[in-house]
Design a protein around this ligand. Structure first.
Ligand SMILES: C[S@@+](CC[C@H](N)C(=O)[O-])C[C@H]1O[C@@H](n2cnc3c(N)ncnc32)[C@H](O)[C@@H]1O
Length: 182
């Protein structure tokens, strides 16, 4: 089955979990992987069919240094076949601290945070910073005009955020935000 067909079949059966009308474009994937270096230990949240995963590996990250957290078992089966050497966990992003030793350099998230309650968004970003090294980064795209967590949550988690890209060629256009410790 092609990746596009797999995506749309899963979108029809689990619309709330996917919460996107199409997989990310290659331009958005490149913007999400910008700044990653070979040798980095990277965790990806919500890889879906693996569009961002490809860009992370293309940036030079070694498969054995990449761990994916994906809820959907059909996507997990596809990811395990497509990306040999990458660790693919059929688990929620919130459980990352139970699976991954801390000191990770970057967490790249394709999760549909805007469609989740605020408390869950905060628990996901917190889980990311529980595994990140002191200078580690959490990169998240959003279809909205503002970061996907509120100013109050950013302050509570002691983070700062900057917009690193606006990708018009994506359906819909998306902003990329990079979160770091304040
Ligand atoms: C919008 S799709 C994004 C897919 C891909 N990253 C992209 O950008 O095209 C969101 C993915 O996140 C997964 N997902 C949703 N909630 C999750 C969670 N709490 N933990 C892990 N994966 C989750 C869904 O199953 C889906 O594959």
């Amino acid at each position: 089955m092609t990746e596009t067909l797999l995506f749309f079949r899963q979108l029809l059966s689990r619309p709330k979990q996917i919460s996107a009308i199409a997989p990310s474009s290659r331009g958005l994937a490149r913007a999400m992987a910008a700044g990653l270096r070979p040798g980095d230990r990277v965790v990806e949240f919500g890889p879906g069919t693996g569009v961002l995963t490809k860009a992370i590996l293309a940036a030079g990250v070694a498969p054995q240094n990449l761990t994916l957290f994906e809820f959907n078992p059909d996507f997990v089966a596809h990811l395990r076949t497509s990306f040999p050497g990458v660790t693919v966990l059929n688990a929620g992003a919130q459980t990352a601290p139970a699976h991954v030793p801390n000191g990770v350099n970057a967490v790249v998230s394709g999760l549909p945070l805007l469609s989740m309650p605020l408390a869950i968004r905060e628990s996901i970003v917190k889980a990311a910073f529980d595994i990140l090294a002191p200078d580690g980064t959490y990169t998240q795209f959003t279809y909205g005009p503002r970061p996907a967590v509120s100013d109050a949550q950013i302050a509570r988690l002691r983070l700062k955020v900057e917009q690193t890209a606006y990708v018009f060629l994506n359906l819909p256009p998306a902003r990329v935000h990079k979160f770091t410790r304040a």
